[in-house]
Design a protein around this ligand. Structure first.
Ligand SMILES: Nc1nc2c(ncn2[C@@H]2O[C@H](COP(=O)(O)OP(=O)(O)OP(=O)(O)O)[C@@H](O)[C@H]2O)c(=O)[nH]1
Ligand SMILES: [Mg+2]
Length: 317
């Protein structure tokens, strides 16, 4: 296989797309390529956009992209869709909604659906961010559905996280999981053309203030209103993101955030590598199936057996 790395670094869209496919297919060759592009990463600003289904995340992403393009900034978009792995229906919808961005060679859109577990998706999303970053994208926008604990891992890859809420979707602050307050750098109440938007803004603002009183935070989480379909409030939203980016840089927090991110990424790579190697060793010789027979026949129990396996593993070495 050709070495895709020089081409990606020179800005070949074809090579970038190929490398992303390798990552998605968990092709073993991708690790070597990812290692080689790694020193060229760290320049892009990663913007996470998350929120309940249908709140307007894709529409917002499209409008934000338009604002960034007016500034001549290049954009990579990753639409993560953990909820519908097989249909592709939502992805198609995203594609149509982001149509405008599509004709522009400086906007690269990639949809990603889960194959296995969400942990795997968080890993491959991180890898795709790295590829787009090394390619030279100024901004990388990651859209994820939901703000449950599972998605938090995906969002952790972002420098700035926008949580999108909308009136009339059962989106109340009570419905928000505890983790959401932790990850939101900015709240957007979209569909402000609908009734209930102002009430939702007030509700979220009160909650943000309460939260700020409990934990003294240097960053005041803004709560903004948008009507994405009419492109209202998107300019201010991008300005608020700029503001957050500046805050991260000037307060030295960006360094801390990236250190923590690098730690998490390296740790999850390590876990993956350990479990792959160790399981290969344990499952390779067929004795594991004999053990299951023993467990079923009550000759052994799984708790003691697992402990024994691990002990043997380490005493071997
Ligand atoms: N009234 C109104 N409708 C909007 C607004 N923004 C988006 N919509 C509509 O809401 C629907 C969902 O918008 P999307 O941008 O697809 O929302 P999403 O959050 O990306 O949806 P999923 O990816 O499926 O979770 C679409 O029909 C949009 O046209 C808005 O500000 N006002
Ligand atoms: Mg969407």
């Amino acid at each position: 296989m050709e070495n895709l790395v020089p081409e990606v670094l020179q800005g070949s869209i074809r090579a970038m797309a190929k490398l992303i496919t390798l990552v998605e297919n968990e092709d073993s060759r991708s690790l070597e390529f990812l290692g080689a592009i790694y020193p060229h990463t760290g320049k892009a600003h990663v913007l996470g956009i998350t929120g309940s289904p249908g709140t307007g995340k894709s529409t917002l992403t499209d409008k934000i992209t338009a604002v960034l393009r007016q500034r001549n900034q290049t954009v990579g978009i990753i639409a993560v869709d953990p909820s519908s792995p097989f249909t592709g229906g939502a992805l198609l919808g995203d594609r149509i909604r982001m149509q405008r961005a599509f004709g522009d060679p400086d906007v690269f859109i990639r949809s990603m659906a889960t194959r296995g577990n969400l942990g795997g998706l968080a890993r491959s999303t991180t890898d795709v961010i790295k590829i787009m970053d090394a390619f030279g994208k100024d901004w990388i926008i990651v859209e994820t559905v939901g703000v449950g604990q599972d998605e938090v891992d995906i969002v952790k890859a972002a420098d700035t996280t926008v949580v999108v809420l909308a009136p009339g979707l059962g989106d109340t602050i009570q419905s928000m999981k505890a983790g959401v307050m932790e990850i939101a750098d900015l709240y957007v109440i979209n569909k402000a053309d609908r009734s209930g938007a102002d009430a939702l803004v007030t509700e979220v603002r009160i909650r943000v203030e309460q939260d700020a009183q409990i934990k003294a935070r240097p960053w005041q989480t803004p709560v903004l209103k948008t009507v994405a379909v009419e492109d209202q409030g998107t300019e201010s939203l991008v300005e608020a993101v700029d503001h957050h980016r500046k805050f991260l840089e000037e307060s030295g927090k960006l360094k801390k955030v990236r250190w923590e991110k690098t730690r998490q990424e390296t740790l999850s790579l390590l876990k993956e590598e350990i479990s792959r190697n160790v399981l290969e060793k344990i499952l390779g010789n067929g004795r594991f199936d004999d053990l299951i027979d023993d467990i079923i026949a009550n000759r052994k129990d799984p708790y003691t057996s697992v402990k024994e396996i691990v002990e043997t593993l380490f005493s071997d070495e």
